[in-house]
Design a protein around this ligand. Structure first.
Ligand SMILES: NC(=O)c1ccc[n+]([C@@H]2O[C@H](COP(=O)([O-])OP(=O)(O)OC[C@H]3O[C@@H](n4cnc5c(N)ncnc54)[C@H](OP(=O)(O)O)[C@@H]3O)[C@@H](O)[C@H]2O)c1
Length: 336
């Protein structure tokens, strides 16, 4: 039976901050699945900072979304028709759905979820790409040792909040940087961060970090870049590690910002700065998901969501996430 799908497509390439008018909703009639394909009704969508770079017509680690093309992104949903031996109608799945209500797609690349283990939407958070990013960035790149001080920017967001919790599990002292007093309170009171501060009401980042990290910084897990990151370099300890996960403060800049020259600190502190992409670790996702799911079930990792309702509100959810509305993972609920 033909299904009418709603899709959100890229309508314009923004300069600077995007707006809702850069997106458009369209309807499309889906064909039935053919061999190896499944039809999915999407229930939850993830909105993520990387989507801003897909809106640019510029070379990056992934191809840009074309004008008039469905916005890319991960989603969770229910299979309602299948021509794949791996999936049955009724199965819950997670994969790259894009911003839409329904899709027919190759089954390859989708993983089956166990809805009795945790609600489907969590597969976009702790036991999903968010958790995997925090896991590999902190453990593989950061290489934490018990007793070390781990400083995290973007700490109350999806990745940052998980990275901080994993650092705590490793026996580290965690210090978070976030954009509101409520976020700071959540980090300290509910996630077990040793300390945190609100960068929006702090004039001197370096002085505040120095105060909250009296033994210096052994690992700086960077989600934001810009002036916050500049302030960390002088406070790095000998052999410090800096996993560079994201640079969200720069994503809407049309011109590259000129910052201070800081590489000298890497010599005096013999410190290491290393960027990473979670997708490079695909061969180890199974092992990491098992560990993340275990910690989540034991209550050692908290998953928190900020929910927007309705596919048509996905652009708004994306824009508000970029401005800091979310504590934890920003998710759009498309259907029950
Ligand atoms: N390397 C990888 O493979 C990989 C994978 C996933 C994500 N990432 C990166 O990881 C970072 C976090 O992603 P996420 O999905 O977890 O998003 P998120 O942290 O849940 O949401 C973005 C957060 O960024 C903060 N923010 C926005 N503008 C800022 C600014 N100018 N300065 C400081 N903070 C700002 C906001 O919180 P505040 O209220 O605190 O401002 C907002 O809530 C992003 O940079 C993303 O690109 C990298």
């Amino acid at each position: 039976m033909p299904i009418e799908a709603r899709e959100i497509v890229l309508a314009a390439r923004p300069a600077g901050w995007p707006s809702e008018s850069d997106f458009r909703i369209e309807s499309r009639t889906l064909a039935d699945p053919t061999d190896g394909e499944i039809a999915i009704e999407v229930t939850h969508l993830s909105v993520d900072p990387y989507m801003r770079s897909r809106m640019r017509d510029a070379a990056s680690y992934a191809a840009p979304v074309q004008l008039g093309e469905k916005m890319t992104g991960a989603g969770v949903g229910r299979v309602f028709a299948s021509r794949s031996p791996r999936f049955q109608p009724g199965d819950w799945v997670q994969g790259v759905t894009g911003w839409c209500s329904h899709l027919v797609t190759e089954a390859r690349g989708f993983r089956k979820l166990d809805p009795s283990a945790s609600p489907g939407s969590t597969a976009l958070g702790v036991p999903g790409m968010t958790g995997l990013t925090a896991y590999f960035g902190l453990l593989d790149v950061g290489k934490p040792k018990s007793g070390e001080t781990v400083l995290i920017s973007g700490a109350a967001g999806a990745v940052g909040s998980v990275a901080g919790q994993i650092a705590r599990i490793q026996g580290c002292r965690t210090v978070g940087i976030a954009g509101s007093d409520e976020k700071v309170a959540w980090l300290v009171e509910e996630l077990g961060f040793g300390a945190a501060f609100n960068y929006k009401t702090t004039a001197d980042y370096r002085a505040r970090i120095s105060e909250l990290c009296p033994n210096g910084v052994d690992i700086y897990f960077d989600n934001v870049g810009g002036e916050i990151t500049d302030a960390v370099f002088p406070l790095l300890n000998v052999h410090a590690r800096m996993p560079v996960c994201g640079q969200i403060s720069q994503y809407n800049n049309e011109e590259q910002e000129m910052g201070p020259r800081l590489l000298w600190y890497l010599i005096t502190k013999r410190a290491r700065v290393e960027g990473f992409l979670v997708t490079d670790y695909a061969e180890r996702f199974r092992e990491a998901l098992a560990q993340l799911t275990g910690w989540y079930r034991e209550g050692r990792l908290v998953h928190r969501e900020e929910i927007e309702h309705g596919l048509e509100n996905t652009p708004r959810a994306f824009l508000e996430m970029m401005r800091g509305r979310n504590t934890g993972k920003m998710i759009v609920k498309v259907a029950d």
